[in-house]
Design a protein. Structure first.
Length: 411
């Protein structure tokens, strides 16, 4: 799996496009580049994307409902008559796929995070509605929205609401993929707001299911080898959205706040509770020195599926404002015993490599291939958002842990 830094950078340049497609994301309160991202998103839409004209539930949709082996095929998913939800695979894997769930609201930094996982695995994915490579597949769980955009207007429910998501189909299809079977997976077209006809999806060595609800439903959750939750407190979320929406959409700060508050009830009811069942939570809070600086926490559940890292000692880094501190402590998280590794502030980017080596030297349990692998991974993505704070550092740690779990499963 080893790659030179130059070849890894080339790989990451190729995959950056594909990983922006499911959600355009921000990982630090810095000026985001959304215009280029929107150009890439335009490639997602099917040329023949047309609305089904159906809303679930309704008499018209119920009249077209099919059921296969106890699985309800809602017609709002635009099934064709010849499609089955689970079919024999065209490929045979040597091992059971590694199934990873990444739960987060939109705009939570999943794109850069997934690039770091690809870097740790030394692999790449090809463009397409679903990003697929020789080793890894990234599935956007928006595809399991029961209704299209027009249908949600009719029901008056948001995409965050559990009633607007087909968890039964999601659960059995994740299970089937883990068993080495193929599935016809629904498609939600973000460009048109339509549900396009499902696509045939083959099992892969590593399958990442990212979106609003990968940990919500018990059936889907039980298939996960690793459950990750990206947690952004409202103060940080507001700061990030203000920077984006005021500059690019002409919104006022009050409009941004109203938009967040409008989503908050459903987010609190259906998305946020998942962090209680996550193996690891990456949490963003305002720095003790205030925004725009961040305090980023790696919250590791004791006895969970995430192989824990620890610090040998607390670390203080200086050289540029605001500097950074790293510390470790035990805590209680939704009734779970956890160990937290926390980074507050920013490293000195002029002394990035030196300071990262100090951090790496004082971390136990990284499972790196060399003494400086974490440092090299961070330096290779120096220009990526969040590389100056705990965002990039702790994302890279999680990426290394995904690789560690994969290697244990495939020994």
């Amino acid at each position: 799996m080893a790659k030179s830094r130059s070849s890894l950078l080339a790989v990451l340049a190729l995959v950056a496009q594909a990983l922006l497609w499911c959600h355009v994301a921000f990982v630090a309160p810095r000026a985001p580049q959304r215009n280029a991202a929107r150009q890439q998103i335009a490639m997602r839409g099917a040329a023949n994307s047309v609305p089904t004209g159906l809303t679930w539930p309704s008499p018209e949709a119920e009249a077209k409902l099919r059921e296969v082996d106890g699985i309800k095929l809602y017609p709002t998913h635009a099934w064709t008559d010849d499609m089955m939800p689970i079919v024999p695979a065209d490929v045979t894997l040597d091992n059971t796929p590694l199934i990873v769930g990444v739960a987060a609201d939109s705009g939570c930094g999943k794109s850069t995070f997934l690039r770091r996982i690809l870097g740790a695995l030394g692999t790449e994915v090809a463009p397409g509605h679903t990003a697929i490579g020789d080793m890894m597949t990234v599935v956007c769980l928006d595809d399991y929205h029961t209704n299209d955009r027009a249908g949600r207007k009719a029901t008056g429910l948001t995409a965050l609401d559990a009633k607007e998501n087909d968890f039964d189909l999601m659960g059995v299809q994740i299970e089937a993929l883990k068993q080495g079977k193929a599935v016809y997976k629904p498609i939600y077209n973000h460009d048109t707001g339509n549900k396009d006809p499902p696509e045939l999806l083959q099992p892969n060595k590593v399958m990442v299911f990212e979106g609003l609800h990968p940990i919500y439903d018990e059936k889907a959750r039980s298939q996960l080898d690793l459950a990750i939750y990206i947690d952004i407190v409202n103060e940080v979320k507001f700061a990030w959205k203000v920077q984006r929406d005021v500059a690019e959409r002409g919104w006022t700060e009050e409009q941004v706040r109203e938009d967040i508050e409008k989503r908050l009830p459903d987010f609190s009811a259906y998305v946020d509770p998942q962090k209680a069942n996550a193996d690891v939570v990456l949490r963003y809070e305002p720095s003790d020195q205030g925004l725009p600086y961040l305090k980023v926490k790696l919250i590791q559940k004791k006895g969970g599926n995430f192989p824990m890292i620890t610090l040998k000692k607390d670390i203080t880094l200086s050289g540029s404002k605001p500097g950074a501190t790293l510390k470790m402590y035990d805590d209680d998280w939704f009734g779970n015993a956890v160990t937290v590794v926390e980074m507050d502030g920013e490293i000195d980017m002029d002394n990035m490599e030196e300071q990262l080596k100090e951090i790496e030297d004082n971390m136990d349990g990284l499972a790196t291939k060399s003494k400086t692998e974490l440092t090299e991974a961070m330096v290779s993505l120096k220009s990526s958002p969040g590389s100056q704070n705990g965002t990039g550092l702790l994302q890279s740690v999680i990426a290394l842990k995904v690789r560690e779990i994969y290697e244990k499963l495939t020994r």
